[in-house]
Design a protein around this ligand. Structure first.
Ligand SMILES: *Cc1c(COP(=O)(O)O)cnc(C)c1O
Length: 364
């Protein structure tokens, strides 16, 4: 949908491809599930699939319906259901369409055993809880599950876990140790690493890795930027100045008057608000770029607009291009910096871009 309102999100498929290849170079010799859940972190599931169709070893997502849509579109690579099956219908689809599924609890395994006719190989990623305490089998539930799976000769089993702090100080060693204890004498394939572990913890690479955020060009780390990691941003949120105001010292800006001009200044009003997915809690001072120059937001983000400081960008008037985040035509503002200013992570910014924002395909 094209709209005359100037806001748009520009997706660069080549960046997704570049980032996937970078993940593969980091985890040389392993295969990689391209994680395209949540509409490819807001980038568009199909755009990501198209970008990676020739590259991806497999695709990982949540909904069985989406997996089937990929099959229908001719995707022949393995497809992994990251939360496993939700119903016996899902089990039948998994068997029929050769999907790979996580099994994370005895109830799911039971559903699989009851629902499946296993005349063909079926890929199972058995998820172990090694400390995230979200999903996965524990020392109490794992032995019985392995016993059950041993009686299903068509099952191609991978052991899997998920790291809670691969991006942080505590790291992965503690979870790896628990994984090894749980896995015992397991010599088959393992699948452990998210983006942070791919980039920082090579001992986790195993047989399959699961890059998500890095595919979209953001850093999983607070202390290392996407540029430093060689990642290319795949999304730019762009708009334009639609209003200009000259403020006197003491004038305030926006709802609640949370920003007060300390001197005469010139501000621009940008056609982008929280109804477009820009975080309402982004404070004054959040980075933004206008006409190739970085500046800062001022005042509270409203539903359809936000304001920025144009005092040092005198050439910027109505219609001047704005980059809210990403490598935009009006400048480069890493989504990670906007996210940090707003007290969140780029994952959330990307996923929150509203359906009303038109999408364009860009090039690098
Ligand atoms: C979302 C997800 C990933 C990808 O994580 P990133 O931090 O985005 O790389 C990997 N594994 C599982 C199980 C996930 O749910």
């Amino acid at each position: 949908m094209k709209t005359s309102r100037p806001i748009r999100v520009r997706i660069t498929p080549e960046a997704i491809q570049h980032n996937y290849r970078l993940a593969k170079r980091h985890a040389a010799g392993t295969r990689a599930w391209a994680v395209i859940k949540a509409n490819a972190y807001g980038h568009g599931q199909w755009r990501a699939v198209e970008a990676l169709r020739g590259d991806a070893d497999g695709f990982a997502l949540l909904e069985c319906e989406n997996a089937l849509a990929l099959r229908e579109a001719g995707v022949t690579q393995p497809i992994l259901l990251l939360e496993g099956v939700f119903s016996s219908r899902d089990v039948r689809a998994v068997v029929e369409h050769r999907l790979t599924t996580v099994i994370h609890c005895p109830e799911q395994l039971e559903m699989l055993v009851r629902g499946g006719r296993f005349d063909a190989p079926i890929g199972i990623c058995l998820k172990l809880n090694t400390g995230m305490n979200r999903l996965g089998f524990t020392a109490a539930t794992l032995p019985k599950a392995l016993e059950t799976l041993r009686q299903l000769p068509q099952v191609e089993l991978t052991l899997m876990t998920h790291f809670a702090e691969a991006d942080g100080e505590r790291g992965v060693t503690w979870q790896l140790e628990r994984f090894k204890t749980l896995a015992g004498d397991w010599r088959g394939p393992v699948c452990l690493a998210n983006s942070a572990a791919i980039l920082r913890h090579p001992q986790t690479h195993g047989d399959w890795v699961r890059p998500g955020i890095m595919l979209y060009g953001s850093s999983p780390f607070a202390d290392q930027s996407a540029v430093e990691l060689g990642l290319q941003p795949a999304m730019a949120l762009e708009s334009a100045i639609i209003g200009v105001q000259e403020l006197a010292r003491g004038d305030r800006v926006g709802y609640g008057g949370t920003f007060t001009a300390e001197r005469a200044m010139r501000i621009g009003v940008v056609a982008c608000g929280y109804a477009d997915g820009y975080p309402r809690h982004a404070p004054s001072g959040t980075p933004i770029a206008v006409m190739g120059q970085r500046t800062r937001t001022v005042g509270r983000v409203s539903m359809d607009m936000l304001a920025c400081d144009l005092t040092d960008i005198p050439a910027a008037g109505i219609g001047a291009p704005v980059t809210l985040w990403g490598r935009g035509l009006a400048g480069d503002v890493p989504a990670d910096e906007v996210a940090t200013a707003a007290g969140t992570i780029s994952y959330e910014l990307f996923c929150a871009v509203a359906p009303r924002v038109p999408v364009e395909i860009g090039a690098n």
